[in-house]
Write a protein that binds this ligand. Sequence first.
Ligand SMILES: Cc1cc2nc3c(=O)[nH]c(=O)nc-3n(C[C@H](O)[C@H](O)[C@H](O)COP(=O)(O)OP(=O)(O)OC[C@H]3O[C@@H](n4cnc5c(N)ncnc54)[C@H](O)[C@@H]3O)c2cc1C
Length: 337
Amino acid sequence: MTIAVVGAGLAGLSAAWELCQAGAEVVVLDAARQPGGVSADGFLAAEPDIQELARAVGIGERLVDQVGRGSALWTGRRLDPLAEGKAAELLGIQGNPSVGGGFRSFAAGMVEVVEALVACLVPRLRTTQGVTAVTRAARGWRLSFNGGSALEAEAVILAVPAWVAARLLAGLGVSAARALDTVLYAPSITVSLAYRADQVPGTLDGAGFVAASDSGAAVRACTYAWRKYPKRAPEGYALLRAFVGPVDGDPASIAHSELAAILGIEGDPLWTRAFYWTRGLPRYRRGHAEQVAAVRERLAGLAPLAIAGAGFDGAGVSACVKSGREAARRVLERLGS
Ligand SMILES: Cc1cc2nc3c(=O)[nH]c(=O)nc-3n(C[C@H](O)[C@H](O)[C@H](O)COP(=O)(O)OP(=O)(O)OC[C@H]3O[C@@H](n4cnc5c(N)ncnc54)[C@H](O)[C@@H]3O)c2cc1C
């Protein structure tokens, strides 16, 4: 009995891990060259799911607490201190009482949890396998790929962004799934910038800053990554991560020149690297939870087919882990395993 997991972001990898633990035959398919999906920075320390999974895969001791605390607001002229939780609110993590408990990550970054899951799944993971259609088969489902090949599976978990799931499910006649296409994915650019520690003023403190919407800055927020989490940069070096809005020109040089002016950095960066997320963080419209519930109700009448991930059950990485593992359990239950 094969269960296909489509999408090897954190939701899909967590689903596949859960299925493997139950002894199921799993194949994980991702359109990209690398597994892991969207790359995050950390998670709220109060969120249990990702930490439980980390302990279960044997990397619990790699969890690290946020060290640098406190954030500032860039007004366009100066950095003003922000009340605890206010920066998170400005960034859209609204009304979450757990923000006060700070953030957590892994010693070498969130990539550690992806690598640990991939190591468990290696022979079952296939990259550059974009699924173009899901159709009914005699015993479950038939998945078609870019390039014309196909695979049959008794059950499928779609751990892909909402617009991909909407297309695949609409092709199956699940008309309620068209509503999932209304989940908006904001484009985002992140730029990592490395400096020698002596290029950055020693007076800089806290975990980062958020720019006021009328500040005129292209940099919307910046994390002082080497201050926020331990050992993010070698001794004597500084690492910044800037979140940049849509810009004309090179986001890395724009980020450097704005950060130099805002933070008082001297000289050029040692290196910079820009990451483009054409569809980054999902934002749900009113009624989203009801729409997802309606899709799940319709899927319950078909052969085992589940949806999981940020497009449906919450954008944070811990919510994605929970969503993936729950989808796996639902599918196993349907299969009577
Ligand atoms: C810049 C940025 C910073 C963030 N920072 C944080 C943070 O600090 N903390 C936090 O909690 N959250 C953060 N988030 C949110 C969080 O990272 C994501 O919501 C989460 O990782 C999404 O996981 P996922 O598995 O649901 O989806 P994804 O990671 O999007 O994975 C979906 C996978 O499906 C694959 N796929 C797509 N179409 C197909 C297809 N047709 N066939 C096969 N495979 C397909 C994709 O290649 C991808 O690998 C951030 C998001 C962004 C954009």
